[in-house]
Structures are given as C-alpha cells and as structure tokens.
Design a protein around this ligand. Structure first.
Ligand code: ADP
Length: 312
C-alpha cells in the first residue's frame, strides 16, 4: 500500500526525496517549524488510476505523523456532479437563447408581420416543450436514483402493461406512420416490480424505436415466457423492442445509457430527444435487478432487450 502510494525504496530516505511533491513537503516543513497540525493534498503515483489523497500532518514529539486518506471517489463524484450541472445548463441554454431571440424579434422587426409571428410562435412552442421534457426527464431520473436501493416488490403483469403502453403510444406511432406489433404470451406474465417505472421503460424504448426507426415503418414489442436467463443466472423474462430503422454501429452501445449521450445530436434534437431516456431505462432496470441488452446494425435496425427476474 505504502509502496504504491509513495513508490518503492522510500524507507530510510529523507522525506524530501521520498515524497517529492512540493505542496506536501512545504506543509511538513511548516509543521516542523511551527508545531501545529495541517492538512494538504497528495496526488497518488499509481499509474492505473488518478488517486488523490487528503494528508493530515501532525507533530508527534520531534517527528511528524502523516495520515493519508484516499479521496479519489469523493473527488470523482464531485467531478460527475459538476459535469452534470454543466450539461444541464448547456441543454437549457440552447432553447432559452432561441426563445429570447424570438421574443426580441417579435417585439421589434416582426411586430407587424402576422405570418412571421405565427412561424416564430410555433418554433417557440417547440423550444418550450423541449425544456419542459428535459425538466420532466431530470425529475424522473432523480426519483429513480432516490429509491434505487429499494427493490420493488409489487406483482406487475407485463402483458397488461405492454397492452396499455401500446394503446397510449398508438396515436404517436400512427402520426409517424409506424405500426406497432405485439408478440406476447396469451396469459399474464408477472414480475416483482414498480408498475410506473416499468411503464416508463416500455414508453422510452418504444418512443425511441418510433423516433429512430421510423424509416422501417414498424416496431415489434415481444415478451418471452418465463424461463432460465443466462444473463441473470436466475429465472426471468425478456421484454424486447425492435425496430427496422437507422440502427447504429456497435461501438456506441456501451455509451448509450450515459446521460446526454447521443449518436447524432442534431437528429436527437430534431425528434425532441433529451439524451436522458436510456439513462432512465438503465437505472430502472438496475433497480429491478435486471439487465439491458442492446443489438443494432446500421441501416437494419435495433433491438433493445430488458431481462427481468421473475422472483426476488
Ligand atoms: P434521446 O432523448 O436523444 O432519444 P436516449 O437516451 O433515449 O436519448 O437515447 C440516446 C441515443 O441513443 C439517441 O440520441 C439515439 O442516438 C440512440 N438511440 C436510442 N434508441 C435508438 C434506436 N431505436 N435506434 C437508433 N438509435 C437509437
């Protein structure tokens, strides 16, 4: 442990040559000189990870005692929070800038131009809708994260849930010119779950299949009978949503569930995406101790499968 921290062969060497980091050496010198304890930071030398330590330096008789506390995870969590806030601000700034610009135009040059006013108002409506969708996705994400450790236990019939989701999304699909086909068992299939969250998983996957698979003209939702699931090493079911649209290259798959990750930012914006749909799916599936499995081929379409255990 100490070897990875300050390097091998440090025993018996002077602290200046063993530690080699000016901030820490200055702090030790200071503690020697003044006799009061101090705290500083030390960057780890482990080449496999960027470790950061908080070092408490205290005088003990004629020596000093250094206590190293690994802060890497705390710092990483802080960085993730900062990235997230930066991303959210960026996502909100684009529609807000557009709205402010149009308000200014409507007050000035386009004040008496009825045709321009109608066009601008409909763009403004779209931008406001985008912000509203972003806020509701952010709230969903934080709600899911809040109770991620609490495993859901209500019996939920997935067949009824899918039937319900299809009737809600039917009009959206019809407007896009996409037909939704169901391949479901003819009997209820129950899993321990949270009905609202599982409904959201189905909705997000089917909405994506409609948005990005529109050129294929159809979306197939299927549900397997309960059976052994090698991905879970438990009995479970597979719910899958398949489209025959644009698809994507395999190297995107590991990143799809990252917040705000989009393969084609412009395309996602065009179809009203927030970049949070699959992040929400991943968290919900995780809470249900399930797995999300993605397959896709450019130009042929994609299949998103959710494997859920049938018993806790
Ligand atoms: P978005 O709000 O942008 O749709 P998601 O988190 O739901 O965000 O999806 C992330 C990205 O994954 C999308 O921007 C899109 O590039 C890609 N994607 C998701 N589903 C599909 C699909 N069925 N076909 C092709 N690409 C998809």
């Amino acid at each position: 442990m100490a070897d990875t921290l300050i390097g091998t062969g440090s025993v018996g060497r002077h602290y200046v040559s063993a530690l080699r980091q000016p901030a820490l050496i200055d702090t030790i010198d200071d503690v020697f000189a003044n006799g009061t304890g101090k705290v500083t930071r030390f960057m780890g030398r482990d080449p496999l990870r960027d470790a950061v330590y908080k070092v408490t330096v205290n005088p003990i008789g004629t020596s000093v005692l250094l206590v190293f506390e690994d802060q890497t995870e705390i710092e990483q969590a802080g960085q993730m929070r900062r990235d997230f806030v930066a991303n959210v601000s960026h996502e909100l700034r684009t529609p807000l800038t557009a709205l402010l610009g149009f308000i200014e135009t409507l007050r000035g040059p386009a004040r008496n131009d009825a045709a321009a006013r109608d066009r601008f108002l409909s763009i403004m409506e779209g931008e406001a809708a985008r912000m509203s969708q972003l806020v509701s996705d952010l709230l969903s994400l934080s709600r899911v994260e809040e109770n991620e450790r609490r495993r859901p236990t209500d019996p939920v019939d997935l067949v009824a849930l899918i039937d319900n989701a299809v009737s809600v999304l039917g009009p959206v699909a019809a407007t896009a010119g996409v037909s939704i086909q169901r391949k479901l068992p003819d009997h209820p299939v129950t899993v321990p779950g949270d009905a609202d969250q599982l409904r959201q998983v189905i909705r997000n996957l089917v909405e994506n299949a409609i948005k990005y698979g529109v050129s294929g003209g159809r979306v197939v939702i299927s549900l397997s009978d309960p059976g052994p699931q090698p991905l879970l090493r438990l009995p479970g079911v597979v719910l899958s949503v398949q489209d025959f649209g644009e698809g994507f290259a395999a190297h995107h798959i590991p990143r799809l569930t990252e917040r705000f990750y989009r393969i084609d930012r412009h395309r996602s914006r065009e179809v009203g995406g927030t970049g949070l749909g699959l992040a929400i799916v991943k968290h919900i599936v995780g809470r249900h101790r399930g797995r999300l499995h993605v397959e896709s081929e450019p130009g042929k379409g994609s299949r998103f499968s959710v494997v859920l255990p049938t018993a806790n």
